[in-house]
Design a protein around this ligand. Structure first.
Ligand code: GAL
Length: 354
């Protein structure tokens, strides 16, 4: 073949390559989830957000070849979708290596569990993330200073500009896993695991109101009465006038049993609903006792469908975090008792089954 022919062949084949990634019509929990380019989705400890007619998936970008004991996060990556099934890579919306980035972010040992809300009053998207200090001189993760980092953007796909950090939770050492819950009146709350400090050994879940612009705590944190001590990975949602909390136990990256609570008021008192998981994940043979191998990260109220929620989990893979996975399952209510049943394949039509 001469050069002209090779060029012609390349031009003809190029469009085929671009459309190679198959269009999905369902979700396959626990299986590799590819973006519309056919590349593994890399957005962990994630959340989703609906804005306009699109959905946004934000998660921590894990660096290939590094373990969770290393400085293995590059920042926050975003994907965009119109159907919650097919996700297009929208790039890094907060990057540790961005030009002019604050050293608080650039040198962070942990930048994890990003959550994004939209604040109509300011027209800003506000992103929160677990932000821990630089690695110790011995090369260990520094978990002593557990901050919440805050960044804002005027567009959902960023870029997000770093605004600073706060030690939430009312502890001198800060807070661990957290949820950001925006109530019906638009007020946002930071719900977090309070770290032990000099005076206290326990790890209660605490709730604090954020300022109207969402950038910092605006008052005292209160313990969420009735929530089991050391409940991690919290995800909150409201249903039929009640507040529900999904969370995990505390066993590091290893899976444990999910737990759920309900209350009439955001701060409690909460009542235990036990473990909402049912069934088994056939890919790893794990059931409710290990949350199908996952750990909660978010509960997404499906827009336009009252009372329908998607429970979202990470499958942690501390030795090879870039291959950590995702579990999305419908969260179903019957007589107000929530249940998260394993399904190997499903789509939004399950919410019309009843
Ligand atoms: C988990 C937490 C993860 C990670 C891990 C570290 O409980 O949910 O985000 O921080 O501990 O051991």
């Amino acid at each position: 073949m001469n050069h002209t022919l090779i060029l012609l062949a390349a031009l003809l084949l190029a469009p085929l390559a671009e459309t190679a990634a198959a269009v999905s019509s369902s979700i396959h929990p626990g299986q590799s989830w590819l973006d519309t380019d056919g590349v593994l989705i890399n957005a962990h400890g994630f959340c989703t957000l609906r804005h306009g007619d699109k959905y946004y998936w934000y998660g921590s970008h894990k660096i290939a070849g590094k373990t969770e004991s290393e400085n293995n996060e590059a920042g926050v990556r975003c994907y965009v979708s119109r159907d919650l099934l097919n996700w297009e890579n929208a790039g890094m919306v907060l990057s540790k290596t961005a030009q002019g980035m604050s050293p608080e972010v650039a040198d962070a040992g942990i930048l994890d569990r990003p959550k994004v809300i939209y604040i109509p009053a300011t027209g800003r998207f506000v992103m929160y993330f677990k932000l821990y200090g630089p690695m110790t001189p011995e090369g260990k993760l520094n978990t002593k200073e557990a901050y919440v980092g805050v960044a804002t953007a005027t567009q959902p796909t960023g870029p997000f500009a770093y605004q600073g950090k706060f030690l939430g939770g009312g502890s001198e050492t800060g807070s661990g896993d957290f949820a950001i819950f925006q109530d019906a009146d638009g007020v946002a709350y930071h719900i977090a695991v309070r770290k032990p400090d000099k005076g206290r050994k326990d790890k209660p879940l605490v709730c604090g109101r954020l300022s109207d612009d969402g950038l910092k705590p605006a008052g005292e944190y209160v313990a969420m009465e009735g929530v089991e001590n050391a409940t991690e990975a919290p995800a909150l949602f409201r249903h039929a006038g009640k507040y529900y909390l999904l969370g995990s136990g505390s066993s590091g990256w290893a899976p444990n049993a999910a737990r759920m609570f309900v209350a009439d008021h955001l701060t409690g008192p909460y009542q235990s609903l036990g473990n909402p998981c049912r069934g088994m994940n056939p890919h790893n043979q794990l059931g409710p006792e290990k949350t199908f191998g996952g750990q909660s990260t978010f509960v997404f109220p499906v827009p336009g469908r009252r009372g329908t929620f998607i429970a979202m989990f990470d499958i942690n893979n501390p030795e090879d975090p870039v291959h950590s996975g995702y579990i999305w399952l419908p969260l179903e209510f019957s007589t107000n008792q929530p249940a998260i049943r394993w399904r190997s394949e499903w789509n939004l039509s399950v919410f019309e089954e009843k």
